[in-house]
Design a protein around this ligand. Sequence first.
Ligand code: NAD
Ligand code: MLT
Length: 549
Amino acid sequence: MFNVLCRDSLSIAGINLLQATPGLNVIVNNEKADKLGAAGIRELLREADGVIIRSDTKMTPEILKDQPRLKIIVRAGVGVDNIDLDAATRAGIVVMNTPAGNTTSTAEHAVTMMMALSRYIAPADASMKAGKWDKKSFTGTQLAGKTLAVVGLGRIGQSVARRAIGLEMKVVGYDPFLSIEKAAEQGITLYRDIDELLPLCDYLTVHTPGGAETKSLISAERIAKMRKGVRLINCARGGIIDETALADALESGHVAGAALDVFETEPLPADSRLLKTKNLLTTPHLGASTEEAQESVAIEAAEIISGFLIRNEVRHAVNMAPITSTEMADMKAYLDLGRRLGLLLAQQNKSTGVKSAVVNYRGEAASKKTKLITNAFACGLLESALDESVNIVNAELLARERGIEITETTSTEPSDFHTMVQAIVQTDSGELTASGTIFGKQFLRLVRLGKFSIDAYLDGTMLIYRHRDVPGLIGYIGQICGRHQVNIAAMALGRLQERQGGDSVAILNLDSEPSNEVLEEIKKHPEVTGVEVVKLPKAGAPLPWLVSK
Ligand code: NAD
Ligand code: MLT
């Protein structure tokens, strides 16, 4: 018998389904997390094989530590930002979510906010309830004919775009992981540079994942580039629109109105400046709060937790893939190589759109489960852009849904190396290539970067600089790193013509991240033509989506 704990007022539809499933013992506890405290939640989890949570329960490292019974956490909803994925993975706990169940409700909420904002519904209601009949103060704006910018065109962003087109709005969008053609099919004009669409819009709504990558994506500078009178909506994650910049712009009148469902700190403190800001419409994270969405995510959560505990099925896993431990031992280095090539090329792609990718397998690599390696590559390519749910199972599909076709070719004929994986990414501004090999059973090496052959370690902090190969340059860079206490662990050089003065690339593996000052000093050398830092996991770091128990 498996114990399943249901927290955070999961819809009764999901609880009923679990209770009707033989082999499961269902425990319901809806006490608020801050009342229970970490110790109380730890205690509840101690007897649970699986738990379903919404957003109230935070799965912190402290809570997840030493929970030998717990095998699975299911988030009834999309965002897994209340679960420490590293801690869960390290503890061997599978994390799954229900990505599509609340898409429609959240899209409807964003459109509702846009409409309510345009017609001053909340202040007009408050004014009437205060005994006034004030028609003059609430002259609104019509949506038809206006331009809406949608930033982040995944499930919810596209759903909002469809609804806005139905309202006769013109929709422009920005999402580096959607193709221009796929967007055009839906009537969306996609821009490859977010700054280009800012001056065009009357409304802007964000639908990207939250987290460090998108924090303050809509910054003070970007708000300043928008037309005076623009209206902004955030029903994704708090802080994607910088809260201070937004409050300033509302107060100055540059932004005519804003609607927020999500906040950097939730619950929003009662003394928050935002609550006193004029023309701001707020709701307390209600995007997915409809009976339909809550029922849909609860039923899906119940199905996936019972499928996992009873039938060992894996669906919508955020941190593991269906691969047995025997296959794992054989494939681990290749999966790691594929992911690292994806991570490397994603970071080399400076905000232009990814169109397609091809992964070529030569020699021993071609005899492996190349589909899994290609998926691991797709994970690396997409993982910082999507809402944390990309894994080895769904990465290729997610890429395809965004119009990015990832193909592969195989040839067991060895090339220069006994085994080689070459990845080529086509972007709007050209082609990016990287090839890797495995020395021994586990040592990963980058053997080609663009047009350069090289032999570099594929891990940690990599400082990559392009230059003309002249005497003294290595010493110059070594001195800069030394002066700034940045230790060089390894160095590799690749040059095009085997002679002095030719185009070259160098890769330094550093023991710490170089500051901007270091990069700026390196750039000052007249023979240096480009400098970048690529961050990869440390050698041997576990793959985030694999759990070996
Ligand atoms: P999704 O993964 O389907 O879509 C996210 C999209 O953002 C992807 O297409 C990705 O390519 C794009 N993206 C990533 N980084 C970007 C960037 N820097 N600039 C532009 N685009 C970028 O996710 P989804 O299901 O559509 O969810 C979107 C957001 O809504 C998430 O933050 C999710 O947590 C949130 N959400 C909120 C509620 C709510 O109650 N308010 C409910 C559900 C989801
Ligand atoms: C989600 O990530 O699914 C939403 O933010 C909704 C929620 O947390 O309830």
